[in-house]
Design a protein around this ligand. Sequence first.
Ligand SMILES: NC(=O)c1ccc[n+]([C@@H]2O[C@H](COP(=O)([O-])OP(=O)(O)OC[C@H]3O[C@@H](n4cnc5c(N)ncnc54)[C@H](OP(=O)(O)O)[C@@H]3O)[C@@H](O)[C@H]2O)c1
Length: 351
Amino acid sequence: MIEVSIFGAAGLTGRELLTWLRHHPSARPVFLTSDQHAGRSVAQVFPELSEYNNLHFSRHEDTPPTGSLVFLATPNQTSMDLAPALLERGHKVIDLSGAFRIPEQPLFERFYGIEHTCFSLVSEAVYGMPELFREQIRNAQFISNPGCYPTGSIIPLHFLKEAGGRIRQVIVDAKSGVSGAGGRTEDAGFAFQNVYENFRAYKVLKHQHTPEIQIYGADGPRFQSPDEAKNTPILVFTPHLLPIYRGILSTIFVEWEESPSSDPATSLKGRSTSEPFVRYLESPEAVELKKTQHTNFVDFSARSMGHITMIVSAIDNLVKGAAGQAIQNMNLMEGLPETEGLLARTEVMAH
Ligand SMILES: NC(=O)c1ccc[n+]([C@@H]2O[C@H](COP(=O)([O-])OP(=O)(O)OC[C@H]3O[C@@H](n4cnc5c(N)ncnc54)[C@H](OP(=O)(O)O)[C@@H]3O)[C@@H](O)[C@H]2O)c1
């Protein structure tokens, strides 16, 4: 049995990890942190997780048991503070924050608005998207788990790149429920009374997931401003806030400089069949949040007209966009079946 520790276990993604780990036959949580709930049992804080009535929250400064695999479900700065010492102590670490995803320091600092305090570790982190880096993940000690918006966009865009052709431009128009947009934020813009019966864009042209989508979905590790773009594609990403709790639906517009020789939809469908958590649906209109909520699947479908391909994708930001993908990575790192503990749909958690 693999023993796991979770820093930030009472946050949205930490709670989602706990929800999924209840069903996992080969892993169990042994150490959890939350300053605000320190000393209380999980079952006291989250009544729906009554299985964990003997597991108590520790403080963030406490030390996880030797040998446990550690999930960091923490803010970016906290992950930078914690990861170096945990890796030094020999823990396998899966970081859910964005702290180790961007391989260029100025780009990270520009989009995240904070200084990187341990940038040398970025090159040790494997980007934890099994559809792109499965073999590297199997041998990794340190995983940087992908962001939620990037997960829904990068997987279809990466498969599309494999189909050939040359892309001129990618426009990602994505809509998220509040859990993907703000965590347990105090920001009034994400409060129920301001989100309910409302719909708006946010962080236009400055969202921190932009370079991640550009790097892994569009064109490698070079971020461009529109006027720098020549033969390489540019990416425009606009996130929107939906008046729902979980799920991200992305409408991805791809303009071809040179179309691939075969139909993009046929290539995407063929490439998806070998992936356990990717489902290619019969039409873009068939892709919807309800089919992916509380599951580890990414659904998508595409249609082309002339030099344009439109892809619509959907994920649950807390599962394939965070905790589920992190457990998928844990399974690979520990030599377990990749789908172990992840095929059931968990709807027990109200929110
Ligand atoms: N929400 C999503 O859909 C999503 C998806 C992918 C990735 N992520 C990333 O995953 C991370 C967690 O996101 P979230 O939505 O779960 O955030 P959240 O709900 O705000 O929870 C953050 C957690 O971090 C803990 N924390 C704060 N300071 C800490 C410290 N110094 N040491 C250890 N833990 C500390 C908090 O502990 P207390 O309980 O004491 O307050 C809280 O439980 C973020 O980096 C986020 O960007 C989120």
